[in-house]
Design a protein around this ligand. Structure first.
Ligand SMILES: O=P(O)(O)OC[C@H]1O[C@H](OP(=O)(O)OP(=O)(O)O)[C@H](O)[C@@H]1O
Ligand code: HPA
Ligand SMILES: [Mg+2]
Length: 167
């Protein structure tokens, strides 16, 4: 059964902010390498991975393909759709990149495949924080991080309309 984690705040992230935060993560990772290559966790890890690979001059990029959430609903388990050749050496010397860690279930599943890799996310929530090695920005557990690829421009409600809908 799917479970909803009770998100009641939105933290919208723009393309510019995501680029800045991914570059800040790359600065931190630059002192921890060199890495053999980078494993991006699809799909959310793909954009930060491209930015970080550029900054660290990594050309060897692989993916672990998995699916945990359907929109804002968490599924019963992490579905692993594709692994990586980095598993041959348990991920030693590899960098894993994802957009965020929330509950940590995705990170734990990928760590089981690549226990020796360095796991980095741009954003982290408290429950998942212990499962990653590096991150840049922490947000509270009841916050949904709204990535730029999940946003569209719409006409905002006025304050009077918003107040009216609360009455
Ligand atoms: O810490 P967790 O509770 O496991 O949540 C974090 C994971 O959930 C999201 O992926 P999602 O399954 O939504 O797929 P997507 O990357 O394709 O959007 C996000 O990109 C992380 O990979
Ligand atoms: O806060 C989030 N934002 C986007 N995707 C997610 N997947 C788990 N938590 C989140
Ligand atoms: Mg993901």
């Amino acid at each position: 059964m799917a479970s909803s984690a009770g998100y009641n705040k939105m933290f919208p992230v723009s393309w510019t902010e995501l680029h800045r935060d991914a570059r800040a993560l790359a600065w931190r990772l630059a002192d921890l390498g060199p890495f053999k290559g980078l494993v991006a966790i699809t799909r959310g890890g793909l954009v930060p991975a491209a930015i970080i690979a550029r900054e660290l001059n990594l050309r060897l990029i692989d993916t672990v393909c998995c699916s945990t959430y359907d929109r804002m609903e968490r599924g019963a388990k992490v579905e692993l759709l594709k692994g990586t050749s980095a598993e041959n050496d348990k991920g030693e010397g590899w960098l894993i990149v994802d957009d965020l860690v929330d509950t940590g279930v995705t990170a734990r599943a990928v760590r089981a495949l690549l226990p020796k890799a360095h796991f980095a996310t741009v954003y982290a929530k408290p429950a998942g924080r212990p499962t990653v090695d590096s991150y840049i920005t922490e947000v509270s557990q009841d916050t949904w991080i709204l990535f730029p690829w999940d946003q569209e421009a719409v006409m905002a409600k006025t304050i009077i309309e918003l107040k009216g809908s609360q009455q």
